[in-house]
Design a protein around this ligand. Structure first.
Ligand SMILES: [Mg+2]
Length: 398
């Protein structure tokens, strides 16, 4: 079997949604500058009252034997790198030789060890695993030696919801009502927002704890926008509300800052991060520095399923946890069902992103009663739902 074609296709459809889809955004490192801090959560162009235009790019790897593998959504930048850089490397090759193809792409794109090129390699690797599972007629978690258990709890990430404490209470109650036993929130304030910002962050977490009660886990994600003293100060203030972890307090380029935060963190609160770090080598530098308790590289960014297996082996050897960032729940679910429950106790489920990222999927992977079960479709189950596709455009970058 040989790879016959690699195609990036942009699909468009309509999502009906009353009111604003994005009510709030997360804090960003660039928000230290007022002109960026003032920006709102405008991610999606509205198509009219109560509906949004959804546009997603998927990459399809086709073979001369009719088996196809699909991955996505990816960005247009990833599609550009795939079309201009990687298509010639993949065409004519054996699609089952995933280790060989990963190594060729990695060695070819020497400036792409982190960032868009590695994200493109990740998506191609996921498409090749989808293809491999379809070729053998089994789900990818079976190819990887799973399932390791019957269910995995999902945690509900509330990115995009309003942070007004009253609205947050309503949503947190809804999340617990859907059976989730853990929920992650994204405080909007950081070191440049002064004492009022600290109080607003504390008020949010206090409202969440009051709503969900003592038995549901609450996690707090700072998206790289805090610093060492601020994180330690927030941990002191939040301790009475018992957050399970504080996520990505600083940029992943600062292993020493992470190590200091982890060393000085209050017992009972974990430090997590690394969703913006790439490959076994990047993650290993953080692990070797004792940077955090829990690592969250993204399967679609850090190198794909092939690379996440190596990162999982490292995490196991360092005796830290690995809970992949939740860009792609289908890929993460297959991977997680092939990992030990102590290594990967949960799966992230970003509620709003999964509405968008899985909009065009015929077999979307959504938790039921707060848990995920092993998917039964062959490959990664990446078939598209023709009923949702209003138009499609092949992306070419000649
Ligand atoms: Mg995060």
């Amino acid at each position: 079997m040989k790879i016959a074609a690699v195609r990036c296709v942009e699909y468009t459809g309509t999502l009906d949604h009353p009111g604003a889809f994005w009510e709030e955004r997360l804090i960003r490192p660039v928000d230290i500058y007022p002109q960026f801090r003032a920006e709102g959560p405008g991610f999606l162009p509205p198509t009219g009252s109560g509906s949004y235009r959804v546009t997603s790019v998927f990459v399809h790897i086709q073979t001369d034997e009719g088996v196809t593998g699909t991955a996505g959504p990816i960005t247009r930048e990833q599609a550009h790198v795939i079309e201009t850089g990687f298509v010639p490397l993949l065409t004519g090759q054996d699609p089952l030789a995933t280790e060989y193809l990963w190594d060729v792409m990695y060695r070819y794109a020497v400036h792409g060890r982190k960032g868009v090129e590695m994200m493109a390699i990740s998506a191609l690797d996921c498409a090749l695993w989808d293809l491999k599972g379809r070729f053998f007629g089994v789900p990818v978690h079976v190819l990887l030696g799973g399932p390791t258990r019957a269910t995995i709890p999902a945690y509900a990430s509330a990115l995009g919801y309003s942070l007004d404490p009253d609205k947050a209470r309503e949503r947190a109650a809804e999340i617990v009502g859907r059976g989730f036993t853990a929920t992650k929130w994204f405080p909007r304030h950081g070191p440049t927002d002064g004492k009022a910002g600290i109080e607003a962050n504390v008020a949010l977490v206090a409202a969440l704890r009051e709503t969900v009660g003592p038995d549901v886990d609450i996690m707090v994600d700072a998206w790289m926008s805090w610093d060492v003293p601020y994180t330690l100060q927030m941990a002191e203030r939040l301790a009475e509300y018992a957050p399970r972890w504080i996520e990505e307090p600083v940029m992943p380029d600062k292993p020493a800052s992470y190590a200091e935060i982890t060393r000085r963190m209050r017992p009972g609160i974990l430090v997590s991060g690394a969703e913006h770090e790439y490959t076994r080598w990047g993650i290993h530098q953080l692990m070797a520095a004792g940077a955090m308790h829990l690592y969250q590289p993204d399967t679609y960014w850090a190198g794909g399923i092939s690379e996440m297996l190596k990162i999982a082996a490292l995490a196991s050897a360092y005796d830290v946890q690995l809970i992949p960032h939740g860009h792609s729940v289908p890929a993460n679910t297959h991977l997680s069902f092939a990992l030990s429950p102590t290594l990967t106790p949960m799966i992230e489920y970003l509620i709003k992103w999964n509405t968008l990222h899985q909009w065009f999927l015929a077999h979307p992977v959504h938790p039921v009663d707060g848990v995920l079960t092993p998917p039964t479709q062959p490959g990664l189950g990446m078939d598209l739902d023709e009923n949702r596709i209003e138009s499609r455009q092949e992306l070419t970058f000649a």
